[in-house]
Design a protein around this ligand. Structure first.
Ligand SMILES: [Mn+2]
Length: 312
């Protein structure tokens, strides 16, 4: 990636030693079953990010000034299992440096690695899974590291809450925790799902966001678009509440499958990422105290079970 920075921000905000935020790119598309192209997701997302305004009107902030370090892409792809191991390792490495770690995929199997890392590093983890698909299969196409299995392990080992679901196999229903699953057809007619889902969360929350959770009318560029999805403002409303009320410890965004002609999905993904950062750091920084915040404030993402001295 050379000297490229996230969103084209200047070097002073892009250096690892000053950045509170780390962005890991995983351009992986080894197991998708229908439309290929999620491997091109990070590049399209970064291009769109460069063309986005970096002042967030709603929060009145410029969150990039917290510092965003863009890692080299994780390119291990000899097998789904080795990719998951590589993602797990690099995610954990940056959590140990007390960074707010974010990951952009790639298809959803990368989340097996990200969730595993966060679950090892944070106690009583809730995984908030926002997706059109249940992704609860134990294995698929001969691998437990397939995109259709993205949250099987999270369902066993974490407090998994699923939101936006509108496509699954009947066999997944026996594994699914129906009390903590919010189906799209119910969400469409009753917005009490937001409070209910938040009430079920522990304090430490990791968000895995499959972009196909959105309605294809606003995000068509994804591997498996499903009608009847989330719209923009209800999604922002929900995320804002989660970030305000809980300690969101990190997140991933997956399944952007860019289209040559229509860039609107790339732009939505870029904006979603930036909104999530803006909500996360909203209370740390208003425009007025940026200069102080940048140099002196301690990291807020400091609740990991494991601490390591920074050694740059
Ligand atoms: Mn999905």
């Amino acid at each position: 990636m050379g000297t490229k920075t996230y969103a084209g921000i200047s070097e002073e905000y892009a250096k690892l030693e000053h950045a509170k935020i780390v962005l890991i790119q995983v351009p992986y598309d080894g197991t998708s079953t229908w439309q290929k192209g999620a491997d091109k997701g990070p590049k399209a997302f970064l291009e769109a990010s460069e063309n986005m305004e970096l002042y967030d009107i709603e929060t009145g902030s410029e969150v990039y000034k917290q510092g965003v370090y863009l890692t080299d892409a994780v390119t291990e792809n000899t097998s789904p299992e080795s990719m998951v191991d590589a993602v797990h390792e690099v995610t954990k490495k940056y959590i140990k440096k007390n960074k707010f770690v974010t990951i952009f995929g790639g298809e959803h199997s990368i989340s097996i690695g990200t969730i595993r890392a966060f679950n090892e590093m944070f106690s009583n983890l809730t995984v908030l899974h926002i997706d059109a698909h249940a992704d609860l299969r134990k294995s698929y196409d001969g691998s437990s590291c397939n995109h259709a299995c993205a949250v099987y392990e999270a369902n066993q080992n974490t407090n998994l809450i699923q939101v936006g679901i509108r496509s699954m196999d009947i066999k997944e229903k026996s594994i699914m925790n129906l009390d903590k699953t919010y189906f799209a057809h119910d969400m469409a007619i009753d917005d009490s799902w937001m409070d209910s889902a938040i009430d079920q969360m522990t304090d430490n929350v990791f968000i895995t966001f499959d972009l196909d959770a959105f309605d294809p009318s606003i995000l068509p560029s994804t591997g498996t678009p499903e009608p009847g999805g989330l719209l923009w403002y209800e999604t922002m409303d929900f995320l804002k509440q989660v970030f305000t009320e809980k300690n969101v410890v990190g997140f991933d965004i997956v399944e952007l499958c860019p289209n040559e002609i229509d860039k609107s999905s790339d732009f939505l993904a870029a904006k979603l990422y930036y909104k999530m950062l803006s909500y996360k750091f909203q209370k740390d920084a208003t425009v007025d105290d940026y200069d102080n915040a940048y140099n002196n404030k301690p990291l807020t993402n400091n609740l990991s079970k494991f601490k390591e001295e920074d050694d740059y």
